[in-house]
Design a protein around this ligand. Structure first.
Ligand code: CO8
Length: 258
């Protein structure tokens, strides 16, 4: 891979977007490799994935403006679909994905972070959707996910004005879950991923599926989705072991993912 580094540490997969000279901007190759990296994650052993950016300045400074500058209408639509398909893959990835946002998360960078389940950032992080200032709309899901995460009014303000917000404001509006000093960000992300990894993997996956699918439908249908996934858990060895351990007043040594 030219622009993506992948490492597995125990049960945690760590993806690093590695194009620091362009502040990890997303060109077609980065997007293609990002999709391929997710496809190659070992689903037997990996229980959570972390995405971060190389360097100390930027998570992702957006889609590559140089590459986008010459697009035609149909090419623009196609490029939007390429980004949307990869980000949707991340959003629907069976196991949780944590964004460790280590600096700029602008345009496509903010959109990438929003496709992850949980967003942790460093204190130097900056978020924004600068697209309308470049003559385009947010095109990798920003018009949809930002409104769902921070609310319609705040999303419209950020998108129409192209105002950037810093880490503390991102925390206040609910765009990120927590802020850490830059040097402590990865440790915090790995600690959270490790906590996820210790729980029953099938139950964690089913919870992600229930939340994601439930948000797409009305409450009554959503609760049926939950009931079915909840019921499925009772066919797993992990449920039997989890409850047996509780009743025997001991900790589960290791969930078996079955
Ligand atoms: N694309 C391409 N190159 C970039 C990008 C980018 N988004 N961001 C930074 N770079 C490059 C710079 O050109 C520069 O390269 P070089 O050294 O060769 O000149 C290098 O990275 C370092 O950047 P700066 O010198 O500008 O660093 P500064 O610290 O001075 O500034 C900023 C950092 C503020 C992050 C600044 O680089 C900046 O404003 N970048 C652009 C941010 C932006 O507007 N992002 C949104 C892009 S649009 C988008 O993401 C749309 C997504 C949906 C697409 C849908 C398609 C249909």
């Amino acid at each position: 891979m030219e622009f993506i580094l992948y490492e597995q540490k125990g049960n945690v997969g760590i993806i690093t977007l590695n194009r620091p000279k362009a502040l990890n901007a997303l060109n077609s190759v980065v997007l293609k490799e990002l999709g391929q990296t997710f496809d190659a994650v070992d689903m037997e052993t990996v229980r959570a994935v972390i995405i971060t950016g190389a360097g100390e300045k930027s998570f992702v400074a957006g889609a590559d403006i140089g590459e986008m500058s010459a697009l035609t209408k149909s090419m623009g639509e196609e490029f939007g679909k390429v980004g949307n398909d990869v980000f949707r893959k991340i959003e629907l990835f069976p196991i949780p994905v944590i964004a460790a946002i280590n600096g700029f998360a602008l345009g496509g960078g903010c959109e990438l972070a929003m496709s992850c389940d949980i967003r942790l950032c460093s204190d130097n992080a900056v978020f924004g959707q600068p697209e309308t200032g470049l003559g385009i709309t947010p095109g990798f899901g920003g018009t949809q996910r930002l409104a769902r995460i921070v609310g319609v009014g705040k999303a419209k303000e950020l998108i129409y004005t192209c105002s950037n917000i810093k880490a503390d404001e991102a925390l206040r509006v609910g765009l990120v879950n927590a802020v850490y000093p830059l040097g402590e960000l990865m440790e915090a992300a790995e600690k959270m991923a490790g906590k996820i990894a210790r729980n029953a993997p099938i139950a964690v996956r089913a919870s992600k599926q229930a939340i994601n699918e439930g948000l797409q439908t009305d409450m009554d249908s959503a609760l049926v989705i939950e009931e079915k996934l909840f019921g499925n858990c009772f066919e797993t060895e992990d449920q039997k072991e989890g409850m047996k351990a509780f009743l025997e007043k001991r900790k589960v040594d290791k969930y078996l993912n079955r």
